[in-house]
Design a protein. Sequence first.
Length: 153
Amino acid sequence: MDIPAALAALSPVGNAAQALAAWRRRTRGDARSLVDELSNNLRYLDLVAEDDVPLAEVAGKLSTTEYDRLLKDGYRFKSLKRKKIEPMSSLDNTDLASWQGKETEELVFAIYDKFKTLIVKFPYTSDKPKYRWGVRVNNIRKRIWLLLRHVEG
């Protein structure tokens, strides 16, 4: 997996977990619930990517419950970080380059859209190579790392 330099520090499982724990300590209420859900989902995806746990064993455990509740209640995901995602030269010419300059909520929406796609489609398409589920898992992880990098900055 090609990891932009700006995110490389978060790529080891422990570092991302520490960053999520630090973010959790800085948040309260609804934001904390969302951070907890993201953290749990990332742990499951890390099991797949780092420990060779079959995606079939964790796909059903991924959750969007808090996100769905917050979305329904009109939560402003922009409040997680009001600034736009800052340009980082190491993101240039990567699959994350398009996220530079976008709002936090756009990234959160995209991450959860990918979770929902995985939850719904994987059980029916797990044996179809065109879906490249391993690549999709890593892409979700990289987006979460980008979100972590963004809220830390």
